[in-house]
Ligand binder design. Structure first.
Ligand code: FAD
Length: 289
């Protein structure tokens, strides 16, 4: 089954994200986390893609485990900036041979010390989307940025390029993490006005420690609202209190989104079944509505 078919169902869908191990030694631990997360019966589980080496190979293995062993929908991320076009084509064919039907098409971050753009690489995600379409009948997702992508000075350009990406064959979008829902509502209004009509899955990151907040800010450039900063200020030094407060904050964001008509939510569960489980417990009655 494809993710776009699942998203058409008139019910609430919660999905989770995991990331592959950096080395093959960590593989079993990640599979264990995936199996635990799968018990929560999410709409699908996505697997991120690292640049080159074992991390990228493991994305396909984990996505295939989700699809073929656990019998669940899996979404394999694929980036193009760090690989040649030939390498990217090989990965797409490999995913196809494993029966993977859903791919999140991303440019990825541009590796330092690399000549980019270059003729042997895809420059933007929309080119990768077009390439995936040439390889078969995949459901294709892509990334979007409610606060704007860090490389773009003007949000209007970001939305113009997003429209081009969607028109190249994107079935749904997942957002970068955000911590202020009003930013998301504003973004939705602007993209709908620009004629982008595909489903948009808000990406919610439960922040359970001060160090995770720092990493998230470096990665995404997101703005943390005052309300979140007060929580961090007060509870950041206690791991157990911060975990509880971070789960409550993410739950609160999700409840607000659902109350405002959002039906599909993607949770950056970061190989943490305990966090995913706590959020699902908090939502147990709400997701039945
Ligand atoms: P693009 O859509 O190509 O956009 C990149 C930049 O180019 C933007 O500023 C855009 O506005 C601009 N642009 C696009 N088209 C044009 C054009 N025609 N002309 C001029 N400018 C243009 N990274 C990983 O390495 N692995 C992952 O698994 C991963 N998963 C992610 C999942 C989600 C939901 C999100 C939001 C991000 C993820 N990332 C991942 C990070 C992502 O790879 C980076 O944010 C990257 O910098 C941009 O990728 P993109 O696919 O959005 O690129």
């Amino acid at each position: 089954m494809k993710i776009n078919d699942r998203l058409r169902e008139d019910k609430i869908h919660i999905s989770f994200e995991v990331f592959p191990p950096k080395t093959d030694e960590g593989f079993d631990n990640v599979i264990h986390a995936v199996d635990e997360i799968a018990r929560l019966e999410p709409a699908f589980i996505s697997v991120t893609y690292g640049a080159g080496g074992g991390t990228s190979r493991n994305t396909a293995k984990i996505a295939a485990h989700i699809k073929n062993d656990l019998n669940m929908l899996s979404l394999a991320h694929l980036t193009c900036a760090s690989s040649t076009k030939t390498e990217v084509r090989e990965v797409i064919e490999h995913l196809k041979s494993l029966g993977i039907e859903n791919i999140l098409a991303l440019r990825g971050d541009i590796p330092a010390n690399m000549a980019f753009p270059s003729a042997d690489r895809f420059r933007y995600a929309f080119e990768l989307v077009e390439e995936i379409r040439r390889h078969g009948d995949f459901c294709i997702g892509a990334a979007c940025y409610p606060e704007g992508h860090v490389e773009n000075e003007h949000k209007e350009d970001d939305i113009r390029y997003l429209k081009q990406k969607v028109e190249s064959g994107v079935d749904f979008l997942t957002t970068q993490m955000f911590f202020d829902n009003d930013i998301h509502y504003n973004f939705l209004y602007r993209i709908r006005e620009a004629g982008i009509t595909v489903p948009v899955l808000p990406g919610i990151m439960p922040i359970t420690s001060a160090s995770q907040m720092k990493r998230s800010q470096e990665l995404s450039g997101t703005v943390f609202p005052r309300r979140f900063l007060s929580i961090l200020d007060r509870f950041g030094s206690s791991p157990t209190a911060m975990r509880q407060a971070g789960i409550a904050y993410a739950t609160d964001q999700i409840i607000d989104l659902l109350a405002n008509g959002v039906k599909n939510i993607h949770i950056y569960s970061m190989n943490r079944p305990d966090v995913a489980d706590a959020i699902m417990r908090n939502l147990s009655e709400i997701i039945k509505c």
